[in-house]
Write a protein that binds this ligand. Structure first.
Ligand SMILES: *Cc1c(COP(=O)(O)O)cnc(C)c1O
Length: 385
């Protein structure tokens, strides 16, 4: 099976992980801070907080921004459920903003309309989570301008987008957001097995996320209610979690960072080849905004005809039978039963639902060979003939 995505593990990666396994620290040692510093430097952010998943980081980010009961977080319906669930963890509510039909990202126009209405109703969101779908940045300048006007915070869910650029600057520099989140799940651009990272330029947010990552416990005397009882002393000053990343995960991530630019460049090469080879088929190919250099996490094609759902079903099955591990990203979150129970229903976000009908992700990852890609293209062309 050629999967839709997969990790690449090199001899250097294994050596880096092995060195940590033979060292004194498997957790809470020197490698996690080194990995954090490497990602922060690469992305041009001042602070980085690594954790055991992007889901955990989204939770930390919401908590650090003070999201709680009575608050609302808005995100795109075309994302992984984690982008929305982080609000529920905080006791807050979730709502969605429909997508742009060309980029499939959260639409700034739909956001503006929804904000104007929410302001009239006195129900403005506290946080908006733009998701850089497939690795292509959202229109962050427009979303940031709305944040200035309506006073919400921004968490970029850049789980797909490490190594990408927006307006010629690295995604993750937080120029237009409070916090940016990366995922290092094995299907993403670089991996730590499980893992995630938050980037921010705000030292207070960084400190709060670091505190909450490890039980809300501090060893900083300045943060304590009284002088330490002794050198062993710590204080719990908030209700935190154990969301720490291990040292060997960080070693893997640090080693993978060496190849980040090469990985994204190879993904672009593969995507360009799909573009060229599929252009004559009745498909909508991924459109790229001139402001964006995508991380190219996913290559999503869309079937155009009115029976997109039926033909997608058939195409999916035939390709899978032939060992092509296509997938679908994503089922609109508001159509999940758990969200339907909150009152969302089919028809709420028509552009997202239309997108979902015909979307299918083709295999795309840095170690996909040209021969494998040819096989995917051939199978797809035969199916669509
Ligand atoms: C993968 C992903 C997440 C969750 O990442 P984990 O590291 O698996 O927790 C969140 N949001 C998006 C958009 C993702 O693709």
């Amino acid at each position: 099976m050629i999967p839709y995505a997969r990790q690449e593990i090199t001899a250097a990666d294994i050596q880096a992980v092995e060195a940590v396994l033979r060292s004194d620290f498997l957790t809470q040692g020197p490698v996690v801070p080194r990995f954090e510093a490497a990602v922060a430097a690469c992305c041009g952010a001042s602070h980085a907080i690594a954790a055991n998943s992007a889901t955990s980081v989204l939770h930390l980010a919401c908590r650090a921004l003070g999201l709680g009961q009575g608050d609302c977080l808005w995100t795109s319906p075309i994302t992984f459920v984690a982008s929305a669930n982080c609000a529920l963890y905080c006791g807050a509510q979730v709502d969605f903003v429909d997508i742009d039909p060309r980029t499939y990202n959260l639409s700034p126009e739909a956001l503006e309309r929804k904000l104007a209405e929410a302001e009239r109703m006195g129900r403005l969101p506290k946080i908006v989570v733009p998701v850089h779908l497939c690795g292509q940045s959202c229109d962050m300048a427009a979303i940031y301008a709305l944040a200035q006007r309506y006073g919400f915070k921004i968490i970029e869910d850049a789980s797909h987008a490490i190594g990408g650029r927006y307006q010629n600057e690295p995604i993750g520099n937080c120029r237009y957001s409070d916090i940016t989140v990366f995922s290092f799940h094995p299907v993403k651009i670089i991996t730590t097995g499980e893992g995630g990272m938050a980037l921010t330029n705000n030292p207070e947010l960084a400190e709060r996320m670091a505190l909450l990552r490890s039980h809300g416990i501090t060893r900083d005397p300045d943060k304590m209610t009284h002088a330490p009882d002794g050198p062993w002393y710590y204080q719990q000053i908030d209700q935190g979690f154990n969301y720490r990343m291990t040292e060997f995960q960080a070693a893997l991530g640090l080693s993978q960072m060496e190849r980040l630019d090469a990985y994204v460049a190879r993904r672009h090469e593969l995507a360009k080849y799909y573009d060229a080879q599929l252009v004559d088929l009745p498909l909508t190919l991924p459109w790229q905004h001139p402001d964006c250099y995508s991380g190219r996490h996913l290559y999503v094609i869309r079937l155009q005809d009115k029976r997109a759902a039926a033909s997608r079903q058939q195409l999916f099955s035939v390709l899978r039978q032939q060992g092509i591990g296509v997938n679908v990203h994503y089922i609109p979150v508001h159509t999940q039963p758990y969200y339907q129970n909150m009152g969302f229903k089919a028809g709420d976000f028509p552009n997202a639902e239309r997108y979902y009908q015909g979307a299918i992700s083709l295999p795309l990852y840095a170690s996909l060979s040209n021969t494998q890609q040819e096989r995917v293209i051939r199978a797809l062309r035969i199916c669509m003939a």
